[in-house]
Structure formats: structure tokens, C-alpha cells
Design a protein. Structure first.
Length: 377
């Protein structure tokens, strides 16, 4: 930080202390490394850092005063300097199929959504990475008002922890999908920091990277960075169209990227991680659900170690897109299966609670509006 009057750098100690006075920092923003340093700087035993973190992430303890394994003075000191959660739960909804959705309000007023899905023994959470989204996919509720900001690592983890606290004591989170609001690869650093804690089994959530999926619109330089991070997460590409002309209409950022560059990046990712790729395809009536689209998809995906996830559209109030009829879906499926594509037709979950990306937040902001679309859609 530069001092405004002298142009001299101010010391980081000063700035840290003044922010501590004004408001408590969330302990979820601390890496294990930085918390160890906090203990060492105060001549406290460093093993305490892991104790505190595992109390929060593994034993689901919500206040420092309940960490009875810590000396009383230490609990008071932690409580003086840190808080655990920063957000308020503005709304929570439960679907008949067991899906639960939270609308969280952050201290600056930003609102984000996260979802807990119960599926057999699986307990999956779907997390947001940004407030809003800049990608502008025409059928999606999250990006209709653009992006406000990236979420911090603590804000990403806070969603998982609030959902984890909805589980029975004997249940544990098994999967994470970064498929909530926002584009995770546009906030890669914070997403990776949060996922480091999610996968850590010593003090964190202990979820294996093979059970963590990062879903992206397909940003090749960030896919390469993700590969370099050597964290073998599952990668899902939101493809939604088999050719650039249609994809650019549905996913406007495609204009400057193109399907070929995305395919090349996914192949590089596969070469490094050996993780089978997933392509997501939201079926939109009369747009990308035609037999020609299915045939083009077969050509595009044949001979790739990939899985195609076909998802029926979850209609967004105010947007003109519709879910195809079941006959159209069956025909689409037949062409893909006959073409030898490894395809999964996903069931919608949490329909009755606006569980698709960004829908609940939008519903709570204002009455649904009719949005004018560009003429060629
Ligand atoms: N930005 C990332 C992750 C967030 S969206 C991405 O694009 O992958 C997660 C998935 O939900 C994407 O495949 C997205 O296209 C899809 N999606 C968005 N709105 C939807 C809706 N109303 N119905 C069905 N799927 C939707």
C-alpha cells in the first residue's frame, strides 16, 4: 500500500491491524500456511492451526468458544481476531427430491447461490465462483446482469460449509461441482485455493479431486493453467452446440475462442491429468436439438475420451427458451448412441426450487422481466 500523502509504502503490519480493528477477518480466508504463521508469530504451538481448521471443516464447529480442545485464552484470542462465517442465509429452499438450495448474502450485499444434492449415497454440493457472470450465455439466469466480482477462497468454502451443516452427523460431503453462478476459470486462483482445502484430508473436507468437477465455458489459457497446477480435477466443458455459428449465438464468448481451440486445450488437459473429459449440452427446443446437431456432435466427439452429458433446459422466467419434447430428446439420444458416443441423459433435480444457476437470486431481485434478445437467436 502507498501512503496517500508521502507516496511511501505503508507497513503491512499497520494496514493489517487497522483492518482487524474495523472488522473481523474470516478464518476461511486463511490457508493452513498463513494460519500456522499466525500461531508462530504469537509464540503459540503451530499444531494448533490444524486443530482449529479440522474443528471447522471436519467437526463442523461454528464458534471458537466451542473448540474445547483449545485453551480458553486462545479461544478468546481467536474470537477477537477472526470470525468463521461472513454471509447471512437470505433464503433456503428444499425440494421434494431432497435438493436444498441456499441464497447467501455477502457483507457487501452481493448474493450467491449454492445447492446440496442428495443422490443415493452421494452428497454433492454445487458452488458459485463469482457474483454474477460475464460469459453471457443467452439461456442462463446467472449472467443476465453481468458480473460484479470474483468470490474469495473463503466465500467459496463458506458455501460448502453451510451446506455441509445441513447434513446428518453421520453423512459427509462426497462431491463438489463448480457449476453454480460464475465462470470458475475466470477466478482460477481463488477456486484452486478453496479446492486445496476441499481435497485435504488432514484438516479439510477430504474430497478426492476425482470427485471435484470444474465446469467451464471453455477458456483455453485457463484450462492450460489448470493442467499446470497438476490438480487432477474433473473438467466439464459447457459445449451446448456442435458448430461455432450456433455456439456463438448461445455462448457469446465463443466468438473469440472457437470450438477447435477448446478441443485442443481439453486434449492437452487430458494428456497431463488422464481425466476423462465431460461435455455439457443443454438441450434448447428448436435451437440445438435437431437431428443435424446430433449428427455433428457425433462427428465432433467420436474418437475422444469424453462423456457427453445432455441436460434438459430448466426454463428461466422471462427468457424465451424451452425444453424440447420427450420425442425430440429420444431421437437426439438415439443418434448419439448409434454414433457410439458415451452419453448420459441427466435428470433435472430441484426443479421446484429454481435450482438452475442464478434462478433464485434473480427471482428475489425483481419480478421476472422479458429480456430482449439479439435478433438472430
Ligand atoms: N460458467 C460455468 C459454470 C456455471 S454454469 C459453465 O459455463 O460451465 C453450469 C452449467 O449449467 C453450464 O453448463 C450452464 O450452461 C448450465 N445452465 C445454465 N443455465 C441453465 C438452465 N437454465 N438449465 C439448464 N442448464 C443451465
Amino acid at each position: 500500500m502507498i501512503h496517500p500523502m508521502t507516496n511511501e509504502p505503508t507497513t503491512s503490519v499497520e494496514s493489517a491491524e487497522s483492518s482487524e480493528k474495523s472488522e473481523k477477518r474470516s478464518i476461511l480466508e486463511q490457508s493452513e500456511h498463513s494460519l500456522v504463521r499466525w500461531f508462530v508469530d504469537r509464540d503459540l504451538p503451530k499444531y494448533r492451526a490444524k486443530q482449529v481448521l479440522s474443528a471447522i471443516y471436519q467437526r463442523r464447529i461454528d464458534s471458537f468458544s466451542d473448540m474445547t480442545e483449545l485453551p480458553k485464552e486462545l479461544r478468546a484470542k481467536l474470537d477477537e481476531q477472526f470470525c468463521i462465517f461472513k454471509s447471512k442465509t437470505a433464503e433456503s429452499q428444499q425440494s421434494e427430491d431432497g435438493t436444498e438450495k441456499l441464497l447467501l448474502e455477502l457483507p457487501d450485499g452481493g448474493r450467491i447461490e449454492c445447492v446440496l444434492l442428495r443422490d443415493g449415497p452421494r452428497r454433492s454440493v454445487c458452488l458459485s465462483s463469482q457474483v454474477g457472470c460475464a460469459m453471457g450465455c443467452v439461456f442462463c439466469a446467472s449472467g443476465l446482469d453481468g458480473v460484479d466480482r470474483n468470490l474469495t477462497r473463503g466465500e467459496i468454502l463458506e458455501q460448502a460449509l453451510k451446506l455441509q451443516r445441513l447434513l446428518e452427523p453421520e453423512e459427509r460431503l462426497s462431491h463438489i461441482v463448480m457449476m453454480g453462478m460464475g465462470e470458475p476459470l475466470a477466478n482460477l486462483r481463488n477456486v484452486l485455493d478453496a479446492l486445496d482445502v476441499a481435497r485435504d484430508s488432514e484438516y479439510g473436507l477430504g474430497i478426492s479431486p476425482r470427485r471435484i468437477t470444474i465446469s467451464t465455458v471453455g477458456l483455453p489459457p485457463a484450462i492450460d493453467k489448470l493442467a499446470e497446477a497438476h490438480s487432477p480435477f474433473q473438467l466439464a466443458i459447457s459445449l451446448h452446440a456442435p458448430n461455432d455459428e450456433l455456439r456463438t449465438r448461445l455462448v457469446p464468448v465463443n466468438k473469440n475462442i472457437g470450438i477447435e481451440a477448446i478441443m485442443a486445450a481439453t486434449e492437452r488437459y487430458f494428456a497431463v491429468t488422464s481425466r476423462r473429459l465431460t461435455f455439457e449440452y443443454v438441450l434448447l427446443k428448436d435451437l440445438n436439438d435437431t437431428p443435424q446437431c446430433a449428427e455433428q456432435l457425433v462427428k465432433l466427439l467420436r474418437r475422444r475420451t469424453a462423456m457427453l452429458n445432455v441436460i434438459p433446459y430448466n426454463p428461466v422466467p422471462g427468457l424465451p427458451y424451452e425444453t424440447p419434447s420427450s420425442e425430440t430428446i429420444l431421437e437426439f439420444r438415439r443418434i448419439l448412441m448409434e454414433g457410439g458416443i458415451n452419453v448420459m441423459f441427466r435428470q433435472r433435480k430441484g426443479n421446484d426450487i429454481q435450482a438452475a444457476c442464478g434462478q433464485l437470486r434473480r427471482l428475489r431481485e425483481r419480478e421476472p422481466q422479458i429480456v430482449t434478445l439479439s435478433t438472430h437467436v
